[in-house]
Design a protein around this ligand. Structure first.
Ligand code: EPU
Length: 427
């Protein structure tokens, strides 16, 4: 197991190349299960979650070739439609294969994900949606056993109880091969849904309304091959913004899509950051460079996490780290996951002044944090500890950074190139 050792107090300055989006890559890789043809996905981040999904595919008999950021998949030799607990416990997003497997092969057996560090995270919306499309679902021995009706899944009107991101993705993929028309209401609006729909459309799917609350899909008999380049990771972008913000830094984030950040940019501006779009690209391909300058002293801002385009729960911990040294009192409400405050006690160990009131953290800014050994508990909590350690006086050690490696590509190398004193060591 590795740890990160960080000597705080250095301004971060320079250019950052943003990785492909983790949460867009995973469903798009799963979409390859919908076709018999080869799929070529480019700009896939080299992350542990992608390796976990590739391992899952290989267990199923799928040919997976990973060359840097390119992943080539060939599902012609698929020999199993089962995903074991061993894989699902490492990555809950494995459940994304359920919809595509059921739609293409008529059955699937996928381990039920258990509890998670950030909340209960049930999958009832995924299962109810598939049932509405005719699937018979049994929960047995810790597994979801799903069987499509004779002739395959059929189109249905599905009203999601909550706008769940992966449930919308799972149902959208299943509907692409179902008979007739499926309408998903109260669908999630996240940019990853829009990107998945774009990829599915390249495969011949007929989808209208992705990015709105109502998505309509007309099922097809088969889908074609796919070549797709994954877009930038909006949460990685937000994390670098937080790093520039807290270190009085000056960074240029290369090739991003600022409009996908929802209210993240607006909140960091309110906190005193100067964030400007640069006209750097000759080609008008939707990408922009973003310059982020952190202020001498951050100002407290209040947030309440919300589905897109609201403030992303995946950025709550990183913003909180910044607020620990801001001027004033910040109220941070978490409305998506019931236990996404595991970083609070660790930040307090570094000298933060935070009190908890149910799902609200009240953060009173202190002059500075002090370096300490702390424990990473989940992906975004780990990122918040790195952010705090970059600012803190003295040396911090962040243990269990395998959580961080699930979502950030070679973070320490990229931070070093920005002037941070960060080293990976054996724990
Ligand atoms: N929910 C249910 N039943 C369901 C599904 C969800 O009650 O069947 C609840 C959840 O418990 C939660 C809310 O609905 O309270 C929203 O959860 P959602 O299903 O949208 O989350 P997810 O699809 O499991 C994705 C991201 C998460 C991100 C959330 C919210 C992927 C692979 N994961 O998870 O990303 O936090 O959406 O935006 O896309 C991360 O990258 O660190 C991460 C956790």
């Amino acid at each position: 197991m590795d740890k990160l050792v960080i000597e705080g107090g250095y301004r971060l300055q320079g250019d950052v190349n943003i990785s492909g989006s983790k949460n867009a890559s995973l469903p798009i890789l799963a979409a390859s299960l919908l076709t018999n043809e080869q799929c070529h996905i480019k700009n896939v981040p080299e992350l542990d979650d992608v390796i976990t999904l590739s391992t899952l595919f290989q267990h199923m008999g799928i040919l997976v070739k990973v060359e840097g950021n390119d992943v080539i998949l060939d599902t012609r030799q698929i020999s199993s439609v089962e995903v074991t607990y061993d894989i699902v416990r490492k990555m809950r997003a494995s459940v994304l294969v359920l919809g595509p497997l059921l739609a293409r092969f008529g059955r699937a057996r996928v381990s039920l994900p258990g509890g998670c560090a950030i909340g209960a995270r049930p999958i009832d919306i995924h299962l109810k949606g598939l049932e509405a499309m005719g699937a018979k679902i049994k929960l047995e021995h810790g597994y979801v056993e799903a069987l499509a009706p004779a002739g395959g899944l059929y189109g249905a009107r599905i009203v999601c109880g909550l706008p769940s991101v992966t449930a919308t993705e799972n149902l959208m993929m299943a509907a692409c091969l179902a008979r007739g028309i499926t309408v998903i209401e109260n669908a999630a609006l996240e940019p990853e849904i829009v990107e998945l729909a774009e990829a599915l459309k390249k495969m011949g799917a007929k989808i209208k309304g992705a990015g709105s609350e109502k998505i309509e899909i007309e099922g097809q008999d088969y889908l074609d091959s796919l070549v797709h380049t994954v877009g930038p990771d909006r949460i990685e972008i937000g994390t670098f913004i937080a790093m520039a913000a807290i270190t009085e830094g000056d960074m240029v984030l290369r090739r991003v899509k600022p409009e996908q950040l929802g209210s993240i940019i607006e909140h960091f501006r309110k906190a005193g950051c100067n964030i400007t779009e640069l006209n750097s690209n000759d080609v008008n391909d939707g990408y922009k460079d973003l310059r982020v300058q952190g202020p001498e002293k951050l100002k407290a801002v209040d947030i309440s996490t919300a589905p897109y385009p609201g403030f992303a729960t995946d950025m709550q911990a990183q913003l909180m780290a910044c607020m620990t040294v801001a001027e004033g009192i910040s109220h941070i409400e978490e409305t998506i996951f019931e236990n996404r405050f595991m970083h609070v006690l660790e930040l307090i160990r570094m000298g933060a002044d935070i009190s908890m009131h149910s799902n609200m953290a009240v953060v009173t800014g202190v002059k500075n944090l002090s370096g300490a050994p702390v424990m990473a508990t989940d992906l975004r909590a780990s990122a918040s500890l790195v952010i705090a350690a970059l600012k803190a006086e003295g040396r911090s050690e962040i243990l269990r950074i395998y959580h961080l490696d699930r979502g950030y590509v070679r973070l320490e190398e990229r931070l070093q190139s920005l002037g941070a004193k960060v080293f990976r060591e054996k724990q």
